[in-house]
Design a protein around this ligand. Structure first.
Ligand code: SF4
Length: 193
């Protein structure tokens, strides 16, 4: 039996509560750095990997393009980000962190680290939780609630576990145990539907 409405609601209520608590903690860090919450998210997103187009940032952060453009302009005025032409498409602008922005990003990561450390349950329980939550994110993406999802469960390179075989990443040619599942993978390619 797969359905337990009461349990489902409690799980989602707990995730929502956790989300609110994390948001409050992130707001405190943002205020300390004189940033908006969105500005902090832009810095964190750019710190993870490659330069992004404004449109990509908007999709990733689930806000409109004008909203993220305003946040980017504010960060630009403070010298935290740079905007450069995309060498592959000169009509497009790419946003990156400046060296000052990288220092702020590192400070933010250090300040958030104690809050973002999950400590409840065993490692195996946390790994199962990760897989279940990624499944929920995939479901919400399918329902059109989330637009960008670069996790393993929605990747064309993900091979689900079979009878005796572990799940694998076919691109990286490696087994993917639950703790190895990626939430935001640079190599992610959407699975064909
Ligand atoms: S490419 Fe990345 S997202 Fe895709 S299965 Fe491999 S590790 Fe996961």
């Amino acid at each position: 039996m797969n359905g337990d409405v009461g349990l489902d609601r409690k799980v989602l209520a707990a995730v929502e509560r956790l989300g609110r608590a994390l948001r409050a903690a992130r707001q405190q860090v943002a205020t300390r750095h004189e940033l908006s919450l969105l500005g902090l998210s832009v810095i964190e997103t750019l710190a993870v990997a490659r330069p992004r187009r404004v449109g990509d940032l908007a999709a990733e952060l689930d806000v409109s393009q004008p909203t993220v453009s305003d946040a980017v302009a504010t960060l630009d005025k403070r010298g935290l980000i740079a905007r450069d032409r995309d060498p592959n498409d000169l009509r497009t602008t790419l946003v990156t962190l400046t060296s000052t922005g990288e220092v702020v990003a590192a400070d933010i990561a250090t300040e958030l680290q104690p809050i973002l450390r999950a400590e409840s349950g065993t490692v195996a329980e946390r790994a199962t939780t990760l897989r279940v939550l990624l499944g929920e994110i995939a479901r919400l993406q399918q329902a059109g609630v989330i637009s960008v999802n670069r996790s393993c469960l929605t990747c064309r390179h993900y091979q689900p576990p079979a009878a005796r075989a572990r799940a694998r990443c076919l691109l990286l040619d490696t087994a993917l145990r639950d703790p190895d599942l990626r939430v935001d993978c640079g190599e992610h390619e959407p699975a064909l539907r």
